[in-house]
Design a protein around this ligand. Structure first.
Ligand code: HEM
Length: 402
């Protein structure tokens, strides 16, 4: 039987149970979307093959792209124009060689060395947010007070957003990421885009030696392209990190033995972050929308030109062919080969930054608030089971007053 897609999660710490059955059945499984069928890639090796990109396109403009199978409605002329404008510089949706033209300009901004230079700023921001939580405590709402605030402020620093605008920026990014109302999210994105357009215009008057200034002085991309590129950074780097922080905290609280080892030996944090990324796999399929541009065999299955594909990242990260006891959370496993950041040409550009943010967030929270715990029963946490990036809408936490 062809399963209908997407399949929602039923447990915060596991992919939808159907994934295991599908993975057993075949590396590629046919599934139905409301307006067409797609291939779902269930296993790790085939996931990497597809994400590697040979004979595969990620552009929604390529005929057969699976995102077009969610709705039969043709966009209006106005919607089409808004989307066209929105796509400028959004290289996540582009194929080589066009994709490389943009990505190449940003690679130097996210190297291990560059991110190392950002770490003191990230640490300061995390400490200030925790100072605030402690001043108001002994309870807090971890999503708004810390999970969303940290990546938002880090992006502000990266893009040189003036301090006076932080509140506007944070409130709009919060709506963009966490509103259940698509209209409100869309309106927030437009407001942010307009804000970023002004920021780029201002930076162009006297370019500094920062990310925006370097993009402007390189002279290879125009104003609209820069606005598109930096809004991609903001969107791609925000919801992901913001969801990983509270979910990771909760996962660690559920594994007190491993958390105790992390407290004793902070050198274990980088490994724990990799395992949290694998285990939680919050992005799953949404970023992994692809279409075949030539007939090809994948995992013994003929995939024809024009057939849509979704790689199930959460399934690949639980594939027993790549990870022993994949359903166990185990910080010692050495999970760095996971596909939580994707693989191949589109592999997450911000992964070094994300790793630093997560490591600093978890370590600092547990160091400075050692008695941190959930303030409600786990069943009362409002998880976002139906949203495309998994997370929680809120996470009330508390701690002992010292
Ligand atoms: C835990 C945090 C994060 C996760 C799980 C994550 C996940 C991903 C994934 C799965 C992709 C691949 C999409 C594809 O194959 O089409 C991706 C791409 C991307 N990510 Fe991240 N990401 C995170 C944080 C960040 C951060 C902090 C930034 C930058 C500030 C960022 C910027 C990007 C960009 C620009 C791309 C597009 C790369 C390309 O198409 O060449 N991400 N991310």
């Amino acid at each position: 039987m062809t399963p209908s897609f997407p399949v929602p999660r039923t447990c915060p710490y596991a992919p939808p149970p159907e994934y295991e059955r599908m993975r057993e059945e075949a590396p590629l499984v046919r599934a139905s979307l409301p307006h067409g069928d797609v291939w779902l890639v269930t296993r790790y090796a085939e996931a990497r093959q597809v994400l590697n990109g040979q004979g595969i396109s990620t552009s929604p403009a390529t005929p057969g792209h699976p995102n077009n199978a969610f709705t039969a409605e043709e966009p209006t002329q106005e919607q089409r124009e808004v989307m066209e404008r929105f796509r400028v510089g959004q290289f996540i949706d582009m194929d080589p060689p066009e994709h490389g033209r943009y990505r190449r300009l940003l690679i130097p901004e996210f190297t291990v060395r560059r991110v190392k230079e950002m770490r003191p700023g990230i640490q300061r921001t995390a400490d200030l947010l925790i100072d605030d939580m402690l001043a108001k405590g002994p309870d807090a709402e971890l999503v708004a007070d810390f999970g969303l605030a940290l990546p938002s402020l880090v992006i502000c620093q990266l893009l040189g957003v003036p301090y006076a605008d932080h509140e506007f920026f944070q409130s709009r990014t919060r709506t963009m990421v966490s509103s259940d109302d698509p209209q409100a999210s869309f309106a927030a994105i437009i407001e942010i885009k307009n804000y970023l357009a002004d920021l780029v215009a201002e930076a162009a008057r006297q370019p500094k030696d920062d990310l925006l200034g370097r993009l402007i002085t390189a002279g290879e991309v125009n104003h609209d392209e820069i606005v598109g590129m930096i809004s991609l950074l903001l969107i791609a780097g925000h919801e992901t990190t913001a969801n990983m922080i509270p979910l990771g905290v909760l996962t660690l609280l559920r594994h007190p033995g491993q958390l105790a080892r992390l407290r004793e030996d902070p050198g274990l944090w980088p490994m724990a972050v990799e395992e949290l990324l694998r285990y939680l796999s919050i992005v799953d399929w949404v970023a992994f929308d692809r279409v075949a541009v030539e007939d090809q065999e994948i995992g013994g299955q003929l995939v024809r030109k024009g057939e849509g594909i979704f790689v199930l990242g959460a399934s690949a990260n639980r594939d027993e062919r790549a990870f022993e006891r994949p359903d166990d959370f185990d910080i010692d496993r050495g999970a760095r080969h996971h596909v939580a950041f994707g693989y191949g040409v589109h592999q997450c550009l911000g992964q070094n930054l994300a790793r630093a943010e997560l490591e600093i967030a978890y370590r600092t929270l547990f160091e400075r608030i050692p008695s941190l715990r959930l303030a409600v029963n786990e069943e009362e946490v409002p998880f976002k089971y139906c949203q495309v990036i998994f997370g929680a809408n809120a996470m009330p936490v508390t701690w002992r007053h010292s």
